[in-house]
Write a protein that binds this ligand. Structure first.
Ligand code: ATP
Ligand code: ATP
Ligand code: MG
Ligand code: MG
Ligand code: MG
Ligand code: MG
Ligand code: MG
Length: 299
């Protein structure tokens, strides 16, 4: 079909393609479409159905595997949303926004649907089928990325405390949704904790970690022993060493290196990272401790 008289329409495409800013962290957030309704129709347990959250987590892990080890560095999920942080060196699809966002949304949705029977074995998926939207935002610094993730986790906490109290008032307190909403109007966190404890004997801090903190997904690079991770064939190593030597006295300027690491060193580390197991944890990512223990996630 080359050079048909219709082909000029391609030029329209070039003028509207967005290439995301190089050397920045791309965060793609996906969110379930009308999941308030979807969760009701699928009889999700309220306020939190652990099967639905585990299914979200499994779909997120599949995004890590499908895109390969060098693309996503960490993901954070809560309710019907998941945020994927792409490495700032990521050059997938030349960083074309539409390709990146549509691909992540599509991988996630495909796995959500195909893994449904694993998490809801006695409940076949019926219409309306689950669908997701997605958006991409670029963040230039690690501080921005951490603040983004802290924002989502703080949101998780605020919403979950509200929802836990709201549903306790309905399920155990016999209120209608309207009455529960009115009861909670203008209340602070300590008031909600007090309602849960004094009226229902519920200590909010004993609620499930997955509900209170959301889900953090990342490659557990630190847990991979050096020997098992670096099984680069020795002939490949030789080539790498040769490349390294050449980089010391290059005839052409070397490609940009991370913090002075040689290209082969970067390649080896990327390989090791790609082999590390993808883990799901329900932990605090607002405080320093998580990041201090896992310095490889954001750099
Ligand atoms: P939109 O299409 O604008 O995103 P929405 O109905 O999906 O609309 P959200 O703000 O995304 O609105 O909220 C998602 C809703 O899905 C939650 O309010 C909650 O009711 C429901 N939900 C999501 N996950 C779960 C879960 N694991 N257990 C119970 N309910 C859930
Ligand atoms: P990209 O991810 O860049 O789109 P791609 O492999 O999907 O890569 P396309 O240009 O989209 O490349 O081409 C799709 C290919 O899928 C076709 O070249 C063809 O080989 C195959 N294909 C698609 N539909 C069919 C079909 N109905 N029957 C047989 N082959 C098909
Ligand atoms: Mg939305
Ligand atoms: Mg939604
Ligand atoms: Mg949502
Ligand atoms: Mg194609
Ligand atoms: Mg095609």
């Amino acid at each position: 079909m080359a050079n048909s008289k219709f082909e000029y329409v391609r030029h329209f495409e070039q003028t509207t393609t967005t290439y995301l800013l190089p050397n920045t962290y791309i965060i793609i957030r996906i969110d379930g479409r009308s999941f308030h309704r979807f969760s009701t129709l699928q009889s999700f347990q309220k306020p939190n159905d652990p099967r639905a959250l585990s299914l979200m987590n499994a779909a997120a892990v599949s995004v890590f595997h499908d895109l390969g080890g060098e693309v996503v560095s960490i993901a954070y999920g809560v309710s019907d949303e998941f945020s994927f942080v792409l490495r700032k060196e990521c050059n997938l699809f030349d960083r074309r926004e539409a390709k990146l966002v549509s691909t992540v949304v599509s991988i996630f949705t495909a796995y959500y649907v195909s893994l449904w029977p694993t998490y809801f074995p006695s409940q076949p998926l019926t219409k309306p089928l689950p669908t997701f939207d997605g958006r991409a935002v670029c963040y230039p610094t690690i501080e921005n990325v951490r603040d983004y993730l802290s924002w989502r986790q703080a949101d998780c906490h605020i919403n979950n405390l509200y929802n836990t109290t709201f549903w306790a008032l309905i399920q155990q307190g016999g209120m209608t949704p309207q009455e529960a909403e009115k009861e909670l109007m203008g209340t602070l966190a300590k008031d909600k904790n007090e309602i849960l404890w004094s009226r229902f004997g519920v200590n909010y801090n004993n609620e499930g970690e997955m509900f209170r903190k959301g889900s953090v997904v990342y490659r557990n690079y630190g847990a991979v022993p050096e020997s098992s991770a670096d099984d680069t064939p020795s002939d490949e190593k030789e080539i790498e060493q040769k490349e390294e030597k050449e980089e010391i006295n290059p005839t052409t300027p070397p490609a940009e290196t991370q913090k002075g690491k040689s290209r082969s060193q970067q390649k080896r580390e990327a390989k090791k990272l790609a082999k590390a197991e993808v883990v799901i944890e329900h932990v605090d990512i607002i405080k320093e401790a998580f990041w201090e223990k896992r310095p490889w996630i954001l750099h």
